[in-house]
Write a protein that binds this ligand. Structure first.
Ligand code: HEM
Length: 429
């Protein structure tokens, strides 16, 4: 009897206490999720996986960003890009020749991804990948991480668990690769070896001095490794794929661009820096491609103070989202906006005024803008110099936004060598 009495007496208290404990644990969990969300980026699911962290693109603290940008800016001018652009673009041309000879379909988005990743690995990190010849988990990992950023904590439902694990694994692969490459470079530096003044060296410099390097500094270096690995590749590959997609639909524009390439480059294999400046129509084509299909559809900026823009008061403390994708498709800013028309960017045409910003504007504009456009021009000039192509009929021209904007179809195309026997083979200068 006494036992029953005690049970009935204490049971409600015990239940209440358990509920309180569960509630407090839940609150703690919510705070933890909120804290890590604010601190890092959007790879979903607890415990959070650090992805781009406080790297150059995602750093929110001005001081932290400025310190990195100051170190990275000069690194770009000493990369010695043209030889790598030429060499890697030639490898792509060899691959396209194989497709032309064997009459097989080339998935252009995939091929451009391989080339762009080879280039960034070589010039930024001093690593040879050769993805056009060897298979590698990196392209898929980058795609998976970017897609994963579109998932949020509310998506952490049981049916998404396996996908979220896949995202985390992809993210871990990129960061562990970064750790390996950074350690190799640090060892070379410690041994007094001659190391290139590339992005990897700058990443190591922008973290703290070796002696006092802690876990957070190591993580910070990985943030920047992943930032450059992704920023330097996905966007340019998508731009090139969209460009081929639109050229495939506009033979008149191809003809005009090819005529310019013939005049400027002729049968030369090595494209130099001056040639790029003379390819003005090709620049216009690339700019128009970015107008309709900006790989990053927009950007956001935190407003610290109240502002009045065009008569509208915007309170301080909010985040403003700006979409170049939307602005570039408005009749208000571009006549007949859906028409692919490179002449909008003719040197004598009026410049678009704050409505075209595929690389963003202001101090946080893209650091790799020139790099990307030089690379894109070398690849497109060689492609036009050597091939005719058609798009595989029936393909979709839809776009897909999975962190970056990409062509949904992958742009399957068929290539024909147009200048066989006229361009000297690789080893002939
Ligand atoms: C077509 C190619 C590219 C496009 C469309 C593009 C676009 C952009 C945009 C819109 C931003 C601003 C992001 C923001 O405001 O939040 C940005 C930033 C950045 N991009 Fe690019 N990008 C391209 C290629 C590259 C390449 C090739 C690299 C490196 C090799 C690169 C490195 C960066 C970096 C480091 C930042 C951060 C700059 C900062 O905050 O100081 N980008 N990019």
């Amino acid at each position: 009897m006494a036992v029953l009495y005690a049970l009935f007496h204490w049971l409600p208290h015990a239940l209440l206490l358990s509920l309180c404990v569960i509630f407090v644990a839940f609150l703690g969990y919510c705070f933890y999720i909120k804290h890590t969300h604010l601190k890092y980026d959007h790879i979903p699911g607890p415990p959070r996986t650090r992805f781009l962290g406080n790297g150059l693109v995602t750093a929110r603290n001005h001081e932290q960003w400025y310190k990195q940008r100051r170190i990275m800016d000069p690194a770009f001018s000493s990369l010695g890009l043209m030889s790598t652009f030429n060499e890697r673009a030639d490898k792509l041309m060899d691959k396209l020749s194989e497709h032309a000879d064997n009459k097989t379909v080339a998935n252009m988005l995939h091929l451009f991804n391989c080339v762009a990743m080879d280039i960034i690995a070589k010039v930024a990190f001093g690593v040879e990948l050769d993805l056009l010849r060897t298979s590698s988990p990196f392209p898929k990992a980058v795609e998976t991480c970017l897609k994963g950023m579109c998932y949020y904590v509310r998506d952490y439902k049981p049916q998404n668990w396996s996908y979220i694990n896949e995202v985390r694994e992809a993210c871990r692969l990129l960061r562990s690769t970064g750790a390996q490459w950074i350690n190799q470079r640090k060892t070379a530096m410690q041994n007094g070896e001659d190391v290139p003044k590339d992005i990897l060296t700058q990443i190591i410099k922008s973290a703290r001095q070796e002696e006092s390097m802690g876990k957070e500094d190591e993580e910070f270096m990985l943030d920047n490794f992943v930032t450059f690995f992704i920023a330097g590749q996905e966007t340019t590959a998508n731009q090139l794929a969209f460009c081929v997609m639109e050229l495939g639909r506009h033979p008149d524009i191809v003809e005009k661009a090819r005529k310019e390439v013939d005049e400027v480059i002729g049968m030369k294999r090595e494209i130099n820096y001056d040639d790029l400046g003379n390819l003005t129509y090709l620049s216009q084509v690339l700019k128009e491609s970015l107008r309709l299909y900006p790989p990053l559809v927009g950007t956001s900026r935190d407003l610290n103070n109240d502002m009045v823009i065009d008569g509208i008061r915007i309170p301080g403390g909010v985040t403003c989202v700006l979409s170049t994708y939307t602005a570039c498709r408005l009749e208000k800013f571009f006549k007949d906006p859906m028409k692919f028309d490179p002449d909008r960017f003719h040197p004598d045409a009026p410049k678009p005024y704050y409505c075209y910003y595929p690389f963003a504007l202001g101090p946080r504009a893209c650091l790799g803008q020139n790099f990307a456009q030089m690379e894109a021009k070398v690849v497109m000039a060689k492609l036009l110099q050597r091939f005719d192509f058609t798009l595989v009929p029936g393909q979709s021209f839809d776009v897909r936004d999975t962190g970056t904007l990409r062509p949904k179809s992958g742009v399957p195309s068929v290539f024909f060598s147009q200048t066989e026997n006229t361009v000297p083979p690789c080893d002939v200068t």
